[in-house]
Structure formats: C-alpha cells, structure tokens
Design a protein around this ligand. Structure first.
Ligand SMILES: [Zn+2]
Length: 91
C-alpha cells in the first residue's frame, strides 16, 4: 500500500468513526498534517477504498423508514416490519 493509499484510508476511517459530513471530510486536509500533500475528495476516497478492498458497488431497495433491506428477501412487495409498500403506487 502506498503512502497516499494509507493516508486516504486513515481519512476515511476517521470519517466513519466520527460520522463526519462530506463538508467536514473536505476540511480534514486543513486540520491534519499531510506530508505528501494528498487531499482526496470523498468520492475519490470511496473509489480508492473500494479498489483496495476489491469491492463491487451494489444497490438494494430499502424501506424508506430504514427498517428493512429487500436484499435479504427480494420477492417481498412491502416492508415486513412496518408494512410500508416497496413500490410507489402507479410508478
Ligand atoms: Zn419499514
């Protein structure tokens, strides 16, 4: 892992640990010493982390109230917890 990749990974770990917003993440280079001058954007960081971890991006339907992800049971058409419909009526 290169120095740039280590710095990027540390930035992202800090963001996740403290629940930083995208704006707070963008301010990290102003606060932290960065000998290599690496100032990755959040999108660049996510892309770099995904590449390092060999992750594939996947999207799943979820209940708008965040109580269920349809990845575990894609045949359902309503949330098993709150009964909110999976699809918008008429579209
Ligand atoms: Zn629900």
């Amino acid at each position: 892992m290169s120095v740039e990749e280590v710095i990027t990974t540390k930035y992202y770990a800090f963001k996740l640990k403290h629940g930083l917003t995208k704006e707070a993440f963008a301010d990290l280079p102003f606060l932290l010493e960065n000998p290599k001058g690496v100032t990755p954007t959040l999108d660049q960081t996510k892309s770099s982390i995904a590449k390092l971890a060999n992750l594939q991006l996947a999207f799943y339907d979820c209940c708008p109230k965040s109580c269920f992800c349809y990845a575990t049971n894609p045949s359902l058409d309503k949330c098993p917890t709150c009964s909110h419909p999976r699809w918008k009526h008429g579209g």
